[in-house]
Write a protein that binds this ligand. Sequence first.
Ligand code: LLP
Length: 435
Amino acid sequence: MVPDSFRTDESHSMWVGGVRIADLAEQYGTPLYVMDEASMRSRIESYVSLLSDVRVNAQVFYAGKAFLCSAMAQWLRQWPVGLDVVSAGELYTALSSGFDPESIAFHGNIKTADEIRYAIQAGVRYIVVDSLAELQMVEELAGKSDRRVPILLRLTPGIDAHTHAFIRTGQFDSKFGFAMADGISDQAVTLALASPHLDLMGFHAHVGSQILETEPFVANAETLLEYAQVWHRKSGWWPQVLDIGGGFGVRYNAEDDPPPLRPMFERIAQKFEAMTPPGCSVPQLAIEPGRSIVGEAGVTVYRVGAIKTVPGGKCFISVDGGMGDNIRPALYQAKYAAGLDGHGPDEARNVVTVAGRYCETGDVLLSEVTLPEAKAGDLLVTFVTGAYNYSMASNYNRVPRPAVVLVANGQSHVWVQRESWQDLVRLDRLMHSPS
Ligand code: LLP
């Protein structure tokens, strides 16, 4: 729930990465995204070591959509991990930071011809194809290139994971992938196998995000393996890769209890071995964790502004950020833990609502939370904001997006600069003068 390196001192000042949060706010301004290197490192390393211990060949692809910037792509290069990208923008960010294209999986439920061309030219490890129209487009563009283009087919396995409806993707009526129903995925496999320009390397299925159970992941792996067996019996084809996606949940609040991953991956690896037909190689197990690598590493630091009690007695604390830097409470009713810097646990507490600065009644960061008495100028810190906060930030109300600062060993490093007012108008063009 808090970054690994988080601590408070005797005056109740908060520290992360060996740096005082108040000093970060002073130096870089607020709102501010702070990422704890130690937390990200320990999670990446535990995935890498966990997957190197399971009995099958396995590969981590970090899901860039959770949090990506140039420095993040560079930082990831320390480990044998790949990257899952979902747009030309993410691909460009990775490639321009020196990320090896061979370690990149290109996803997305609608890819433009330009994006597909870019991915083929760059030589990504594979394109994860999402629809029949896209399969035809990839096949056509592959025909114009000088090599067979490796692809996976994204399947929807009919698994309904228990998570917010907006981040559930495995059910048959999902907008993502080929449903393994009504012969839809069969048609895609038939076309892919028949194409001289495509190399069908395997299947992919992602059942959803922030999943706090084991069974949907195991069921997903099993379903992909069973489907591969069907095709092996039919055609002799057998996948080189089965990618079970990401979605491993994190602890936003005390009641969130993610299950241990090791026994789950051991079970999945056993299934990979047991369900591989004699004479075939066990497919590579690919996973795409995003949130579980960066989520708990991040905190956001806000400055408290006006405080008001409205008729009926509700107390609003307003802060200098909100839905522009964290859309998740408004979009998914996500609940965050928060604290006030410099306030001790013994202080009297009030139930308050923390409102953002954006012109939207729904811009409420924390609804009815218990916090010490705040005053204007205090620093409010929200936890577990490392995933899907910066990456989903907007310029609503023409508010510049915050900086992202990495902290490690008592030092801070700017990973993304704060936007300036000038940045906001950088791409604007003034209207031509009336004639
Ligand atoms: N792989 C695929 C194909 C995905 O669609 C996703 C997430 C991931 C991997 C990574 O999932 P993770 O390990 O981060 O849960 N904006 C939402 C989350 C949307 C997730 C979309 N896909 C949120 O803020 O909760």
